[in-house]
Each structure stands twice: as structure tokens, then as C-alpha cells.
Design a protein around this ligand. Sequence first.
Ligand code: ATP
Length: 487
Amino acid sequence: MTPPNNSSQETQEIIKKKTPSDFIFGKVIGEGSFSTVYLAKDVQTNKEFAIKVLEKAHIIREKKTEYVMREKEVLRILGNPCQYIVQLYSTFQDSSRLYFVLTYARNGDMCKHINLYKKFSFECTRYYTSELVLALEYLHSKNIIHRDLKPENILFDQNFHIIITDFGSAKIQEKNEEKSIETDKKRKNSFVGTAQFVSPEMLQECKSTKASDLWALGCIVFQMSSGQMPFTGGSEYLIFQKILKLEYKFPDGFNERVKDFVEKLLVIEPNKRLGVSDSTPYSEIRQHEMFHGIDFNNLGPPPKLSDTSEPISSDEADDVSLNLEPGLDSEKVSRLVLKDMLPDVPIKPMNRKKSEASRNLTEISQDEIESRLQTQKNNPYNAFVGNNLILKQGLIDKRKGLFPRRRMFLLTLGPHLYYVDPVTMTFKGEIPWSKELRTEAKNFKTFFIHTPNRKYYLEDPDGYALEWCKCIDQVKDHYFPTKQDQS
Ligand code: ATP
């Protein structure tokens, strides 16, 4: 099936060159390492878009020009005939910034919804897998390999259909496959993709083909169906080892049909993955028993993600109208400039000793607590934690509003998660604990802590976000055990 064609006169109109003052910029809807994404309204048509703004100086300094150009080129090649793929309506620039005007995905990313509902029902898993298959068929028919497919890069539009985004790591497959493998090899040391979703061939030979996206599809289907990623570990190295050994386990109660489908995609040898011997459409995939009863030519409306998952009633329009002046105002500009001023800190692999890494943070005897509390008296941050034992501490950039602030985070028994300004050595606050507190690692640097009233946006400049999440989870499990933990 050719996915529905979105092209309309309205779309054509917007292709002519725009400038920032053609849009009213609203709230920030997301931030990437090199970009800030705004909700914006076209002044003339009143249509909403997501505008990704990139600071030129930051891109150049971080040597990401190729990444940005590739994203633009790939989106240009893809054009607009597939509703499941983000559309680039227009690009423009001013002296310091680049602007990408994109389809606005109102309902966040898939990751958020998996976390919210713990996992998807069989109906939802199957429906969204079908949309992903259609999207991949379109991408691959255009000889584009995404190479970084994962729930975070799958957004939901206003009607809860998927929109695949983030084509910065994509590859335009050349006719001569040998040549394109060479291109990958040249990049041997630059890691493409995300550890948990990367295919074995990418790890072993730095080679990616369309089958690598099918591997990622297998990982995503596993995650939709179980709420967990198939390959996890405390460091990239450990995750890679598991991928190469195909070491993963289906949790109890995993749907048998989905299991069979995943097993046919998570195959080490790329040429043996389901669908690989088809040119698109992927008939072998479409015929899998998991899709029994699905009409790929007409998927119909998506099933509800949960009984309460009505499309979120949108107050975004209000957010847009708050900023009545077209273009980017000075507050918004200062956010971009600040991002450029953040220190460059390389992502380091985990380097804790194995014995330390495998030990649960809360497994401490009373004697050990006493003796560590004695030693802690020499710690300059002891003054801020009451008489609570510090289990972990480290500098974290905590974002609030426009500015990230560097804070010393102190995870203690109690439990408490205090933060202190390390420059003025003043106490700044505490993230409130409850059984609802939840961590979410976005990548090796960025993680979120969700509390009932607030989402904390945190960045570990040293790249230990996963370890922070693991430690916080251990403390949470200790103080707020689930029924499963107790039994
Ligand atoms: P990084 O560059 O660090 O890998 P990223 O690729 O997610 O991050 P962006 O593509 O700039 O960076 O997106 C930043 C965030 O903005 C995303 O995580 C997403 O939440 C939001 N976002 C991006 N594009 C859209 C869109 N078209 N509609 C709605 N939200 C979007």
C-alpha cells in the first residue's frame, strides 16, 4: 500500500522560503543535544508546526554539520507521501541559526506512553507494529536506512498515529552496496544509533543495511509488548556483549505470537531476518500470524493506549498565542546561546569495579552505616544531608526554565535526593520521594525523574545517567517495594 498522500495546496504554499517572523513561536516542546524544538504557528495559515532551531556555531564547534545536513537531505528525499514519517515543510536560516519546520507531533513519543502504561496491549502492539512496517516499507523503498529507530524517535500525532523522526543518523543507501559499506567503515569509531537498539552487524562490522532497521523493529516490538528493552546493562559494553551473544529473555506472560515475531527479527545473521528476502512490501512480515486479521491497506483508527488515553486535550494553542510577536524573542534566544556555552564533556564508559557495580546500594549492614557516617564527616556536603548516609553523589546539570544549573546531587538513605549549589555551597532543594517517583534514562547523559507534580530534567555531564537511574531505582525499591519485590 502507498501510505496516504498528505500533499495539499496548503503544503505547497508553505514550501516557499519563510523567515522566523512568519511564525509565532510558542513553548519549547523538546530539546536535543544540538537543538531546541518549539511549537509554532504559521502567521498566515494558523497551522501548527514543530520548529527545530539549531545554533550554527554550536553545530560547527561540535562537528555536527554532516549530521544536520544528512537529516535535511534525507527528509528532502522522503518528501511528503508517507503519513508515518515526519515531514520537512521548509528550512530557512538567519545569521546564527538554522530552522527546520516540521510536522508537529502533538502526543509525545512512544517511550513516554510505554512508561506511562507500563506496556501496550496486544492490540496496540500489533497496530503500531503495522504502522512501523508501513513506514519502514516506505523508507526502504526510497533506499533510506534510519539506523536509530527506537521508541524515543517514534512520535504520536494528534490522532495517535506514529510519526518517525530523527534522521540525523540515517544512511542513503547507494546503488553499489559495497561502496556504502566502505562509507560505514570509515566511520568505524563514531557510534551510530543507540546502544540498546543497535544491530550485531553494526557492532561487529560497522555495517548497516535495511535489515538493521528490522533488528531495531524487533527490539521496539519487544519493548511495546513488555515495557522492557530486550538488551540492557549498566554500560554500553555490557549491552553490546548481550547483543552479540543474543542474550535476552522474554518476561513471563509475553504474548506467544509477538514472541515468535520478535524471535524472527532478532536474528544475528542479517540476511536471515524476517522480511529481508522480500523487496518492499515486506510480504513475509505482513503474513506473520501476529498480523492475522490486519488489513495493511486500511489499518483503521488506532486502538486506545489505555481506557483513559483520549487524545490529550490541547492547550498548546494558548501557549502559542502567549508569544504574540512573530520570531524568536530574546528569552528564547538566550536559551539557545546558553546551550552553546555549556561545557564540552566527553561521554565516558562506566568504570566502576565489577564487585561495586553489581552490589545493591542499599545492601549495607548497620555497622557499615555507622562507620561510613564517621568517614562522611570529612565530606564537605555532610552538612546538607542531616545525619543521612550518602549513597551516591555527583554533579548534575538540572534544568529549570531557561537555564541549566550545575548542582551536587546527594542520594542518601532516608530516602532523600538533595541538591546543593557547589559554587556558593548553599542548599537548593530536594526531589520529593514517593512510590510514584520514577526514573527515565534518555541516553547516557540525560535522564528524567518523574514525580507526581514535576518532571526533573537532568544531565550527567560525565555520561553516567544510566547508573544514576539504577541507583535511584534501587533506593526506591528498598523504601517502596512493589508486591513482586516483597514476595
Ligand atoms: P539528540 O539530538 O540529543 O539525539 P533528538 O534527536 O531527540 O535529541 P530533536 O530531534 O531536536 O533532538 O528533538 C528534541 C525533542 O523535541 C524530541 O525529544 C521530541 O520530544 C521533540 N520533538 C522533536 N521533533 C518534534 C516534532 N516534530 N513534534 C513534536 N515534538 C518534537
